[in-house]
Design a protein around this ligand. Structure first.
Ligand SMILES: C[S@@+](CC[C@H](N)C(=O)[O-])C[C@H]1O[C@@H](n2cnc3c(N)ncnc32)[C@H](O)[C@@H]1O
Length: 308
């Protein structure tokens, strides 16, 4: 997905502005430095905070560079960020913080200071650049934290549908915890903290943009479904190409995204515009998360449902 000049002109007027004042509620996208904008947002309003900040790597975000710094300096930057964000959280809020193996160390240090750390999800990202004298980086971490021990976790919404390898039956012959359909035998399993069913958006996926570190809609759908309810407020101060806002909109949540880069804010607005008519989330079909490489089975399963 790319923007034309006509898109840019049309979408620019949709960005929210601090001057003269933000609307209340502020639902949409703001261009700017999140550390400045946070100070203008209502206290105690956020149900779900998604933090996907620049990792501690030198990276060019459409001309705006984030420079790699010493681990202590990255930790201090993150600390300042969480201190600024914390007053915006409801006492029941959940917070997800993304990082790679190295920035993860800083995230853990800071999160344990200010939040309740509930878990660390490891996402097998697969794609990664090979190294000559090191192991290839092909995983990322997503730290699951909460503001207190009173928080939302919608377990049923994020179970993973897997094919059953050992189809045990009870004594009277009924399937034990699994279902049989035309597509095969399936079990909806408890979601673990090791995610192998998600790719990064690649060129043939409708959601793909030119953003260098775009997350997939399926990944955000898991976070948003597990840790918020319809109507809740999802906030992402590093929204990039807009994935969290777009998925929040598709799932009936309220959303606000901030990005330093105007082009990414416009991309976010373009995706939000398309979400008015396209609600599908790739990999999340009929409210079910399927394990990877099951498209043919999902199709057979749907045909089965249609004839019942
Ligand atoms: C890792 S990316 C987020 C990608 C996003 N999750 C997606 O799916 O597209 C981090 C983003 O933070 C933005 N950024 C960096 N510093 C920022 C700041 N101080 N305030 C707001 N945005 C910032 C960058 O422009 C970049 O788009």
């Amino acid at each position: 997905m790319t923007l034309t000049d006509a898109d840019r002109q049309r979408l620019l007027s949709r960005l929210l502005r601090l001057d003269p004042a933000l609307p209340d509620p502020a639902i949409g996208t703001i261009q700017g430095n999140c550390l400045d904008i946070i100070q203008h947002l209502p206290l105690g309003s956020v149900d779900l905070l998604i933090l996907d900040p620049p990792y501690n790597l030198t990276k060019d975000f459409n001309g705006l560079k984030f420079a790699r710094r010493a681990v202590e300096d990255y930790t201090a930057w993150l600390d300042q960020l969480i201190i600024a964000l914390k007053p915006l959280l409801k006492s029941t809020a959940s917070i997800y913080i993304c990082g790679d193996w190295l920035s993860s160390a800083s995230i853990f240090t800071v999160a344990t200071r200010h939040l309740v750390v509930q878990n660390r999800i490891t996402w097998e990202r697969e794609k990664g650049r090979g190294a000559k004298a090191n192991w290839k980086n092909s995983s990322e971490d997503i730290w699951f934290c909460t503001a207190s021990n009173d928080y939302t976790f919608n377990l049923e919404a994020v179970k993973l549908r897997r094919q059953v390898k050992a189809p045990y039956r009870t004594q009277d012959g009924t399937p034990k915890d699994w279902e049989t359909t035309k597509g095969g035998n399936f079990r909806d399993t408890h979601p673990s903290n090791f995610w192998t069913d998600i790719t990064i958006p690649f060129w043939s996926m409708a959601e793909n943009t030119e953003h260098p570190t775009q997350k997939s809609e399926k990944l955000l759908a898991k976070l948003i479904l597990a840790s918020s309810n319809p109507g809740d407020f999802v906030f992402d101060p590093f929204v990039g190409s807009g994935t969290s806002s777009v998925v929040a909109k598709k799932l009936g949540r309220q959303y606000l995204g901030i990005d330093l880069n105007e082009e990414y804010c416009l991309l976010t607005e373009r995706r939000l515009e398309l979400a008015d008519s396209e609600r599908a989330i790739q990999g999340f079909t009929d409210n079910v998360f399927w394990e990877r490489n099951t498209l043919a089975i999902q199709k057979r399963d749907r045909e089965n449902a249609d004839v019942q």
